[in-house]
Ligand binder design. Sequence first.
Ligand code: GAR
Length: 216
Amino acid sequence: MVKTAVMVSGGGTNLQAIIDSHIFGEIKNCELAAVISSNPTAYALSRAEYAGIPAHVVDAGRYTNRASFSEAAHRKLSELEIELIVLAGFMHILGPPLVKAYQNRIINIHPSLIPSFCGPGYYGLRVHEEALKFGARVSGATAHFVTNEVDSGPIILQKAVDILPDDTPFTLQRRIMEEAEWKILPEAVSLYCEGRLELDGQIVRIKGARDDGSAS
Ligand code: GAR
């Protein structure tokens, strides 16, 4: 069992998708060992509590810079002997020492099709505002490994979602969550925990994938 921590900052719908998939046996070989929130009032903490997963707070507001916050998170992860970190609606950039210590062991979900609408400053609703402003016809979500370059690590899974003429940032965000994020994030976690992800530089190969590239 891969000892996994889910890091969150807000509502935690992606955390809920992971919890539900885990309960239904769709995530294999994974121990949901901890939820770590950067925000002491995040609803994600209640979701963890209802699911019986130990919840911890490393309050980003108490640290003056990214390095000291990331160090505190690193200490907590080491203390808990975490093997895999999942960033699920986590709104901070982790420092290089933590990224290095967990190289190819941090998975993030980003609410667009990387390399579009991503990078520093692109998080939450802003991503969808920019996709709409640009007139994109399609957006979606990407589950990827985390490197020091924001939203540029090896891509594990992506799913496209149509942008509709009447979309607002809120309707688009919701549809991308429902149709893409909540599906590919649990799937990526399971692929990792099952040992089915193989890295070849920037390219992720999925062992046992079908010819059309789908995972199962
Ligand atoms: C999700 O859309 C997630 O992809 C995004 O914030 C939302 C939070 O959802 N994350 C980022 O933008 C990080 N770059 P949640 O708290 O309900 O899971």
